[in-house]
Design a protein around this ligand. Structure first.
Ligand SMILES: Nc1ncnc2c1ncn2[C@@H]1O[C@H](COP(=O)(O)OP(=O)(O)OP(=O)(O)O)[C@@H](O)[C@H]1O
Length: 251
């Protein structure tokens, strides 16, 4: 692979108590590209994803290297808050706070101590534009985020993640709670976002992976079976398990 690498996982193992659920996963995520993680329910996709910005710290034992700019962020003395600023997360269910649209977007910036109104205003507009929501909400920034539709709420959550200017955005089934129109809007947004951000997305939706992702990783029973360009994984998988999964033999 000649791509620039945003994040490299090496020999990742994850256990919940005694239960080993991810084994020996090594993977390089290309920069400013979309990588989809696919596989049957329980194959460990979300567990890998959550490990990438230390979201599993309280729940699981995660061993292995997660290299970000030549630095292993899976070490005890790493500033986890800083890691999560640089590697943001968008969840399956939209999770707006019961605050205005404006306050939702700048939530992370406020936590980081930003007080300059001009900076905040500018970041709200920038992030909402990047999340393709600005035109729909620019006249109602002071209104409650809870009044938005599900699809708008999810784009707001994307804007909230973007506002702290991460390099990488992790997405755990970001459209599974949404209708087809909202799903398609988010997919369009992702394609715009990859010009600036690296996106790693867990999805159950095979069409979504094949439409949106440049790279696809297939996981089965806690192991990475195959990783490659999306077209190759879907059209010409190298592993029998991948072919069986894609043809609906299991999962
Ligand atoms: N907090 C937890 N405590 C204990 N076991 C867990 C926890 N979270 C996940 N697991 C187990 O770890 C395994 C992998 O789960 P994970 O959610 O990573 O898989 P997945 O491929 O993302 O599945 P899905 O597509 O259903 O979300 C499963 O056996 C699951 O039951």
């Amino acid at each position: 692979m000649t791509e620039q690498i945003a994040l490299e996982v090496k020999d990742l193992h994850v256990a919940y108590g005694d239960k080993q659920v991810v084994q020996d996963v090594s993977l390089k995520f290309p920069a400013r590209q979309i990588t989809a993680m696919i596989g049957a329910s329980g194959s460990g996709k979300s567990t890998v994803l959550r490990s990438l910005n230390r979201m599993n710290d309280e729940l699981a034992t995660v061993t292995g290297m997660i290299n970000f700019h030549g630095f292993n962020i899976n070490q005890p003395d790493v500033n986890v808050y800083r890691v999560r600023q640089q590697i943001g997360m968008v969840f399956q269910q939209p999770t707006p706070f019961p605050l205005s649209i404006y306050e939702n977007v700048i939530y992370g910036l406020r936590l980081a101590g930003e007080r300059d109104r001009q900076v905040l205003d500018q970041r709200v507009e920038e992030s909402l534009r990047q999340a393709a929501l600005w035109d729909e909400v620019k006249d109602q920034l002071k209104e409650s985020a809870l009044a938005l539709s599900g699809g708008q709420q999810q784009r707001l959550c994307i804007a909230r993640t973007l506002a702290v200017r991460p390099e990488i955005i992790l997405m755990d089934e970001p459209t599974s709670a949404l209708d087809p129109v909202s799903t398609s809007q988010i997919e369009d947004t992702l394609v715009q976002l990859k010009e600036q951000f690296t996106i790693i997305m867990v999805t159950h939706n095979m069409q979504q992976a094949s439409r949106s992702a440049d790279w696809t990783a297939f996981m089965h029973q806690g192991r990475l079976v195959e990783f490659g360009p999306t077209s190759q994984i879907f059209m010409n998988p190298q592993e029998e398990q991948t072919a069986d999964y894609l043809s609906g033999k299991f999962g």
